[in-house]
Design a protein around this ligand. Structure first.
Ligand SMILES: *Cc1c(COP(=O)(O)O)cnc(C)c1O
Length: 354
């Protein structure tokens, strides 16, 4: 079947994204999308960009958006790289900073795209076990390695580490690049961005998909030392000059101009998360401390797969992985208050019926 495929393509095991159902009537808590609409400023900017200028290629350097990001994060534009979603930015980081001869490290329970990127680029990696409560064993991430990748807060556990721990990682790995994937940082973790000027080996990756409610626009970015950003540009310009289209550039810049809206929706989601977590605990669930827009939960009596199927029958989509250590957990995106109410009611029904 695969005789025309390259050897590399034959061996790939691609990442499986969460289901995107075609019908709209699901309560969709499976891909950590924001339940609220994007900023009106983002939508207005996209509408304004949808015109005659689409005839022209976009700015290959994304100057205006990078300047806006630099102003937002108090950095220089040369410390900012943007890409078509942070998945693309992360993939470019793996190519720009890691070599096959040196083993890279990431946790055994984390974003499952990391091993996929490593395999795609033929990199060797070690999945360092998190402790039994999914905490990060810092000492296992220092010493000889070819790079470190962590998500903070981690996915799918939601657990965050302190800036002090990030410093330990950076100081313990002066010879390698440390990538901190902050896809969920706006929901309650401490960002490592203030450390960028002190650590030439730090790359912080963020996205507009989660906290800024723009998963459909595909905009992610990396922040770091100018020298690291230059490596990302070099790889990107060897692959695709125009990774962001004109609508995405405009929409992302519009979203950045609406910091008040970002704060309002992330605060709302965090407070929904906190009451939903309390409620689930009172229902008997084990709920990990989440600094993200999702909860990672497990029930002592009912297997996660049974709950997954039961929720699906009740019109609610959540995420489950058939993987060691986490196969008895569900990852549930924090939706609106009404959606979380419906979730709690469905789970109560299942517990009472069990
Ligand atoms: C969602 C997510 C991303 C990717 O987001 P994009 O939509 O590609 O920007 C990256 N890292 C983690 C940990 C995520 O959960």
């Amino acid at each position: 079947m695969k005789e025309y495929w390259s050897k590399r393509a034959r061996d790939l095991v691609p990442y499986t994204p969460g289901e995107q159902p075609r019908q709209r009537n699901w309560i969709k808590l499976n891909t950590n999308e924001n339940p609220y609409p994007p900023s009106q400023k983002a939508l207005a900017a996209i509408r304004a960009a949808a015109g005659e200028t689409l005839r022209l290629y976009p700015d290959p350097e994304c100057t205006s958006l990078r300047e806006a990001l630099a102003a937002t994060f108090d950095l220089k534009p040369a410390q900012v790289f943007v890409g078509n979603g942070s998945d693309e930015v992360l993939a470019l980081c793996f190519q720009a900073f890691f070599d096959p001869e040196r083993t890279i490290l990431f946790p055994d329970v984390t974003y499952s795209f990391y091993p996929v990127f490593a395999d795609l680029y033929g990199l060797s990696y070690r999945e360092v076990p998190l402790d039994e409560r999914f905490g990060l064993p810092l000492e296992s991430f220092v010493g000889d390695n070819g790079g470190v990748v962590i998500a903070n807060p981690n996915a799918p556990t939601g657990r965050a580490v302190s800036l002090c721990d990030i410093r330990t990682l950076l100081e313990g790995n002066p010879e390698s690049v440390v990538i901190v994937d902050e896809a969920y940082v706006d929901f309650g973790a401490q960002s490592a961005v203030p450390l960028i000027d002190s650590y030439p080996n730090l790359v912080v990756v963020q996205t507009m998909s989660k906290s800024r409610a723009l998963a459909g626009l595909r905009v992610g970015f990396a922040l770091g030392n100018e020298n690291l950003i230059a490596a990302l540009n070099s790889v990107k310009n060897s692959f695709n000059s125009y990774t962001l289209d004109r609508l995405a550039l405009a929409g992302a810049e519009g979203a950045l101009r609406d910091g008040d809206y970002l704060r309002a929706i992330t605060m709302k989601i965090s407070s929904t998360r906190d009451w939903a977590a309390d409620r689930l605990k009172r229902m008997g669930f084990e709920v990990s401390d989440s600094a993200a827009n999702f909860l990672f939960i497990s029930h002592p009596d009912i297997p996660a797969k049974v709950l997954l199927d039961g929720l699906r029958e009740r019109g609610i989509l959540v995420r489950w992985w058939d993987k060691p250590r986490i196969s008895n957990y569900l990852r549930i995106t924090v939706g609106t208050d009404q959606e979380m109410e419906a979730l709690c009611q469905a789970l109560t029904q299942m517990i009472e019926g069990a």
